[in-house]
Structures are given as C-alpha cells and as structure tokens.
Design a protein around this ligand. Sequence first.
Ligand code: AMP
Ligand code: ZN
Length: 130
Amino acid sequence: MRLGRELFPGGEKEAGVEDCIFCRIVRGEIPANKVYEDERVLAFDDIHPMAPVHVIIIPKKHIATLLDVGCGEITDLQAMMAAAQEVARLKKVDKKGFRVVINCNEEGGQIVFHLHMHLLGGRKLRDGLN
Ligand code: AMP
Ligand code: ZN
C-alpha cells in the first residue's frame, strides 16, 4: 500500500496551504518541471511517471479534492480542462490520444490532497480503469 504521508510529505489531507506540496510548487519552494502555466493553473511532469507522458495539472488555488469544488471553484476546473488540451498539444499526444484522471479521496487513490488532474499518454493505455 502506498502511504502518501511517507511518500509525499505535505500531501496529506490535513496539510494546510503552508505545508501542501503542490502549493509549495506553485510558490516555487519545490522544483518542478513546468509544462504549462497561466494565471489559474500550473502543469508539471509527474515525479513518478506511469507513462511516457504523465503531467500533473493543478489549480494554483488550494482546493483539497474534487468534492471541494463549488460555484467559486468552477472557473478553476474549467481552466484545468483548457490546460489539459494545451498540455496534450505541447506534449504531442493530442492526435494519438491520452487520458485524464482525477483521483478523489482514499479509495479513489488520492495521495496528494490538492486537487489535480493526471494527463497520461505516449503509449497505448490499458482498457481497464481498475
Ligand atoms: P494522486 O494519487 O492522484 O494523489 O497522485 C499524486 C501524484 O503526484 C503522484 O502521481 C505523484 O507521483 C505526484 N507527485 C507527488 N509529488 C510530486 C512532486 N514533487 N513533483 C511532481 N509530481 C509529484
Ligand atoms: Zn495546496
């Protein structure tokens, strides 16, 4: 079992904005290989890629999970989707295809509790969603 607390300190659910690993990347306190950035969104290569292209797309605003998206956060979600299109083009997986995934809470496989989208591509992805 992968334990977020051990693998990614600052990823845990109760982490505040100060400690949150992805907020720290937004603030430039932790290095990341940035792929795309605009006023609302940041995209960077996953540190443990599961495919030749594996990009993490996050809102710059700290939102813990998909369940924390309300009316005030819809624009951030919209910006993440637009960023996914741009990242797919930048990484040249738009034509062949790619997958976007949002894990939510423990059984959904969420380890870092700052909303993020995985964009995966560059190989034939398995059919199952497991
Ligand atoms: P999830 O299981 O959806 O919470 O996925 C969190 C993802 O964040 C994992 O795929 C990690 O490899 C990735 N991750 C954690 N820390 C970093 C980091 N510092 N830079 C890039 N990706 C990271
Ligand atoms: Zn955060």
